[in-house]
Structures are given as structure tokens and as C-alpha cells.
Design a protein around this ligand. Structure first.
Ligand code: BG6
Length: 514
């Protein structure tokens, strides 16, 4: 067991100074993710002096771009998208060691070119570098890149040493169980599992990392965290934005593949899993897999456990917006869902009988991601049956974003001579307690990959466990076409079917902020 495996939880920061000299290769370097997230993340790591002292960046993409132009566009992307002000002198240290390799992802010669660039970076550094490959291309070329990294020998560089290559693979990791298993097989042909970093950027969010601390460093919660005390759990990942310019990608994906299968399932796993044996990457991931494997197969068809819908024109953020079928690159015949709600049952001693509701969608009333744990209301009690007492069920809401924090709903007596009660909130906000300068998820994740901490990345069996749950549902929708596809007005909280999903058990969505 390496030192990182034993104490990985905060390894990112405590280890950075010992980080290996690194060459980061970004596939898809002229894409949107690189511009908006990856390059600004590197810049912010540079601001905090968290990058290794010998650090080379190589962009790889289809478009032929001279090094000087890539340096120029990278700087302006950072200026546009960085959370902190762009300072030329800071980025210069990285920019001076930034190069670009043009070529098709399936073109072997381009990988020979890449090899030469890595060799020249090592010559400049005067020592060998570890190479971290970041695949941030459309998923159609993931396989070609992995194959060529294998064939060219780049995948096995330094294998078994502290400088062995690593590969970060962006989502979506497959589009169903069979394709995820296939992709895992291709990756395993060229990389060993410890070299593979499957990304889910939700795991890099501060509030998501905090879930482990909230759950396992606050022992008062553990005795309540089960079916004796929890009535149900609601996980919401709502977006206000529509598909924007990503219609081409999104229409082949839909809300379930884009958000539920990965981001929301990760929130579920961290909320419901048992305490891991230690904070090591493997122990945490073992518990997540166990939990995902305990989720019962979804009941399909009408009256089942899933609801899907697409948005129609409406009012969003005070503006009139078009419906999904009028968005750029969306065919009128599309039956892709932009909203999905699910009711999940977990078959284990802790959670049996507790519904876990999850929903995610675009063009909803407002942007909010949260986990709401609703506790049981006592059947009888001192205050029951008297209308003067407004007793709400206790509820713990963990706000993932925005307005990150935690709220506990308790009941309190209203001051005065009348015997009245009302629910009140105890609230903790990151911004007021810690200030608002929180690192972006990608900063944390890139740094973790560089230092070799896999805790916040998805293991192969984890992604397969999640796809095993979703694949029958996606196949049934594929067959059903538009049948059972509902709609909702942009700016609303989703279709009526999502409300009915909860109403069947006497529950209602907590439409955030309420
Ligand atoms: C991405 C999805 O993974 O997450 C996008 O592909 C979505 O469709 C985005 O908008 C949401 O991320 P965040 O961090 O803004 O909640």
C-alpha cells in the first residue's frame, strides 16, 4: 500500500510539494471543456503554487494550431473563465512550457509526434517526467486514443515506478452497461486499474467531499441515519440553463445519461453508504460499490419508478425561452428527455423501506443541487392533533450548490402568550464561515491525479454497477419512443408525473428554498 493509499483524503494538498515532475497532455485541447474548466483550473493551481516545479502542458487536437497560437488562446480562455483574476506573470511559468500536437485521434503518427514532444520536454527539464493523459474529447474517440496510447508505448511509460503514466477519462463513460464494460476492457488492455482515473466532476466539489466529514465525523447523525428514523430522501440536481450550444451531444445523451447515471448516483452513494474501513481510496470506493449494488432494479413502464420529460417554451430567469425541440441541433422528432425523476429502493438493513427520490433536469425553476433527508414524524406526541402547533418533520438539507451549506429544520415555540409553534432553520453557510473563494472541482481533481490520489475518481466496477441499474430503463425508453414521454414548461419544477411519483407514497418534492 502506498502512502497515498493510506492517507489519501487530504493528500492533494499535503502532497503537492512532493508531486512528481509532470507533463499533462490534454486530448481535446481546443474544446469547450478545456477552455472553460481545465485551463482555468491549471491556472488556479499555478496561482496557489500547487503545480509541480517541472510542469509541461501539451494540447492535442485535430485542428492544426501553432504552439504560439495555442499559448495565446489558452491565456485568453483563462482570462475569460478563471475564478480568479488573470495574471500574466503567473501563467507565463506554465505558458513558456506549453506545446501543441495536431493530429487525428486514430492517427498513429500523431502519437509518435507526441512522444517526441514529451522527450523534448524531458530534455528541457533535465529529468524524466510522469505523463498524465487527460481525455476530454467526445466519447466517440475515447477508444481510439486508448488504443494508440497503448500501441505507441505511451501507456506503459514508467510502469511500476513513481513516474508511471496515468489516464484521466472524462464522462460519459459508456452509454449503457455493454459499452461501459467494453471501454473498461479497452482501457485495461493498455493501462492497469491504478493508472486509470474516471472523472465525475461532482466528486471534486467541496460540498460533495464534505459529505464524508458530515456523515462520519458527526457521530450524532449515525444513530439516526437509517430506516428507523428516516422517512425518505430527496436528491435534486436542477439546472436553470437549457442545452445551449451542446444540442448535438445532448440529444444522444439525455438527462439520465448526462446527470443521473453519474453525478446523482455519486451523491446517492455518498449519502447512503456505510462507513468505510478507512479513508483510503479503495475502502471508500468499496463502500460506494456495495451501496450501488444494493439498489433494487427499477420497476419499468407506466406507474413504475421512473418519469422522463422534455421542456417546452416558457419563462426562465425572467426571459422567454424556446422549447427543447426548437433548440439548435435538436431534431423535431427527438424523444430525448431533459428531465428524469426516479424512485429508488435500497435493499439493505439500513435502508430497506426508505424511498430515495432523485431528479435532475434542465430549464427548471432554479439552479440547485441538494440532498434533503426527511426524518419521520412521530405518530403521536405531545403536540399532535392541535392546530395551533405547526410541527414539521425534522429535515436535514445539504446544499451542494449554489449557496453551499447545511440546514437543519427543527420545531420551536413562537414567542408570546399564545401556545404556538413553528418550524425554524439552523443554517450553516460556506460563504459566511469560510469565505467564498472555493477551488473549482477540476482544480482538485487534476491535482489529485497528478499526486496519484484516486479517492475522488470512479472505479471500473462502480461505473458498471450504476449502468446495470440504468440500462434496462434506457432500453425500455428507446423502445417506447415518445410514448410515456411527458413535457414541462421551461422555468417550472418539472412534469406532473414527477409529483405523482412521490404522491403515491404521500410525499411531495421539496421545491428548494421552501
Ligand atoms: C455536466 C453535464 O457533466 O454537468 C452538463 O454534461 C451539466 O449537462 C453539468 O450542465 C453541470 O455541472 P455543474 O458543475 O454546473 O453542476
Amino acid at each position: 500500500m502506498s502512502d497515498n493509499d493510506r492517507h489519501p483524503f487530504l493528500a492533494g494538498l499535503s502532497k503537492h510539494r512532493g508531486a512528481q515532475p509532470t507533463c499533462l497532455v490534454i486530448f481535446g485541447a481546443s474544446g469547450d471543456l478545456a477552455a472553460r474548466k481545465l485551463l482555468p483550473a491549471l491556472y488556479n493551481l499555478a496561482v496557489d503554487s500547487l503545480l509541480p516545479s517541472d510542469f509541461t502542458l501539451i494540447g492535442f487536437g485535430r485542428k492544426p494550431i501553432p504552439d504560439a497560437e495555442f499559448r495565446q488562446t489558452s491565456s485568453s480562455d483563462i482570462e475569460k473563465f478563471s475564478r480568479r483574476e488573470y495574471r500574466k506573470d503567473i501563467w507565463k511559468r506554465v505558458c513558456d512550457h506549453t506545446y501543441y500536437q495536431a493530429g487525428g485521434y486514430d492517427e498513429f503518427a500523431a502519437y509518435e509526434g507526441l512522444k517526441a514532444k514529451i522527450a523534448s520536454a524531458e530534455k528541457t527539464a533535465g529529468r524524466p517526467l510522469q505523463v498524465v493523459f487527460y481525455i476530454s474529447t467526445p466519447p466517440t474517440v475515447f477508444e481510439a486514443i486508448l488504443e494508440n496510447l497503448g500501441k505507441s508505448g505511451l501507456a506503459s511509460r514508467g510502469l511500476g515506478t513513481a513516474l508511471e503514466s496515468k489516464v484521466i477519462i472524462e464522462k460519459p463513460f459508456g452509454r449503457d452497461l455493454a459499452s461501459a464494460v467494453h471501454l473498461n476492457t479497452v482501457a485495461a488492455r493498455h493501462f492497469q486499474e491504478p493508472q486509470i482515473y474516471r472523472i465525475d466532476h461532482y466528486l471534486g466539489k467541496e460540498t460533495v467531499q464534505d459529505l464524508l466529514v458530515q456523515r462520519f465525523a458527526n457521530p450524532i447523525l449515525e444513530p439516526l441515519w437509517n430506516n428507523r428514523h428516516v422517512d425518505h430522501v430527496q436528491i435534486t440536481v436542477a439546472e436553470e440553463l437549457g442545452v445551449g450550444s451542446r444540442g448535438g451531444y445532448y440529444d444522444h445523451s439525455g438527462a439520465t445519461r448526462d446527470m443521473l447515471q453519474n453525478h446523482t448516483m455519486q451523491l446517492l452513494a455518498l449519502t447512503a453508504m456505510d462507513q468505510p474501513a478507512s479513508l483510503s481510496a479503495e475502502h471508500i470506493r468499496d463502500e460506494k460499490v456495495k451501496l450501488l449494488q444494493s439498489v433494487q432494479p427499477l420497476r419499468l413502464g407506466s406507474g413504475g419508478d421512473a418519469v422522463r420529460a422534455y421542456y417546452t417554451a416558457g419563462l426562465s430567469g425572467g426571459e422567454t425561452v424556446v422549447g427543447y425541440h426548437q433548440e439548435k441541433d435538436i431534431p423535431a422528432s427527438s424523444f430525448t428527455e431533459t428531465f428524469c425523476a426516479l424512485k429508488l429502493s435500497i435493499d439493505n438493513a439500513r435502508w430497506s423501506g426508505v424511498p430515495f427520490y432523485m431528479r435532475s433536469g434542465k430549464r427548471l425553476a432554479r439552479r440547485v443541487s441538494e440532498i434533503a433527508v426527511q426524518f419521520k414524524q412521530p405518530v403521536s406526541g405531545l403536540f399532535a392533533g392541535d392546530s395551533r402547533y405547526d410541527i414539521a418533520p425534522n429535515r436535514l438539507v445539504i446544499q451542494i450548490q449554489p449557496d453551499e451549506g447545511m440546514t437543519l429544520v427543527l420545531n420551536s415555540k413562537v414567542p408570546g402568550l399564545e401556545p404556538r409553534t413553528q418550524p425554524v432553520r439552523l443554517s450553516f453557510r460556506y460563504a459566511t464561515t469560510y469565505g467564498s473563494n472555493t477551488p473549482e472541482a477540476y482544480e482538485r481533481l487534476i491535482l489529485d491525479a497528478i499526486v496519484g490520489d484516486r479517492t475522488l475518481f470512479i472505479r471500473g466496477d462502480e461505473t458498471e454497477a450504476s449502468w446495470r441499474l440504468f440500462t434496462p430503463l434506457l432500453q425500455s425508453w428507446e423502445k417506447a419512443g415518445k410514448q410515456s414521454l411527458e413535457s414541462y414548461a421551461a422555468g417550472s419544477w418539472g412534469p406532473s408525473g414527477a409529483d405523482e411519483l412521490l404522491a403515491a407514497q404521500g410525499h411531495t418534492w421539496r421545491n428548494a428554498g421552501r
